[in-house]
Ligand binder design. Structure first.
Ligand code: SF4
Ligand code: SF4
Ligand code: FES
Length: 237
């Protein structure tokens, strides 16, 4: 049976890579490899997963230098030479081993006012939003985000400027800017137009290239830049 040589980050921020040998199997995912190590070799290895089918986003890690969902990454695609290097997601504090603290990632969603702010009461009719309306189409892909952090971990601007709200929070803000039922846009545009907001994006596209759901935060951020400029010209922000 052939084997994989797997280097895994162990410890906190000041940890180090540790080597493991894992049997290579057909149709094996990177998450299968991590699970093998934790169940068969070292039960103290910390990692996170839930759904195993690309729905929850919790299994994201850095695999051979690139952020990925490990449950949807086949070993054969990334380790042709039989070597894997697994680290926690970049740009986030390490809790232990492959587990990062996502608090600041989600705090930034709140700072970008990434929550729905409606005015309707339950006594009113349901809002009817046409799937064909330009705003609904603009928001269409962005609402599929599952908050995995792959884009955030891949963004150089987050690395240089830890205050930067980042691609996921800004993508979320853009979906709400296009939500006809939402009433919080003035405050939202003011929140995302600051120094740590959409204007800090250098359009490197790493977020859009790496998002496993083929979402384009880069396009969303460009939309926010336009909307913030219009709001500023109108004196609204
Ligand atoms: S396009 Fe903007 S948000 Fe996306 S990775 Fe590049 S700098 Fe970051
Ligand atoms: S935009 Fe894509 S990569 Fe970023 S958090 Fe959402 S699903 Fe993950
Ligand atoms: S375990 Fe849920 S997306 Fe990978």
């Amino acid at each position: 049976m052939s084997t994989l040589q797997v280097s895994v980050w162990r410890g906190g921020e000041a940890g180090a890579l540790q080597e493991y040998e894992v049997p290579r199997l057909e149709s094996q995912t990177v998450l299968d490899v991590v699970t093998h190590i934790q169940r068969r070799i070292d039960p103290t290895l910390a990692y996170r997963f839930a759904c195993r089918v690309g729905m929850c986003g919790s299994c994201a890690m850095t695999v051979n230098g690139r952020a990925r969902w490990t449950c949807r990454t086949h070993v054969s695609r990334v380790a042709a030479d039989g070597k894997l290097e697994l680290r926690p997601l970049s740009n986030l504090p390490v809790v232990k081993d492959l587990v990062t603290d996502m608090s600041e990632f989600f705090d930034k969603w709140a700072k970008a006012r990434g929550r729905f702010e409606g005015a309707a009461t339950r006594k009113e009719e349901f809002a009817r939003v046409s799937p064909a309306s330009p705003k609904r189409r603009e928001a269409d892909s962005g609402i599929e985000c599952i908050g995995c952090g792959v884009c955030y971990s891949s963004c150089d601007v987050v690395s240089w400027n830890p205050a930067y709200l980042g691609p996921a929070a800004l993508n979320r803000a853009w979906t709400l800017v296009n939500d006809e039922r939402d009433t919080g846009n003035r405050a939202r545009l003011a929140a995302v137009a600051g120094d740590a907001g959409c204007h800090a994006c250098h359009t490197h596209m790493s977020c859009s290239e790496r998002c496993p759901k083929q979402i384009s935060p880069t396009a969303a951020i460009a939309g926010l830049k336009r909307a913030a400029a219009v709001a500023a010209l109108k004196g609204e922000i």
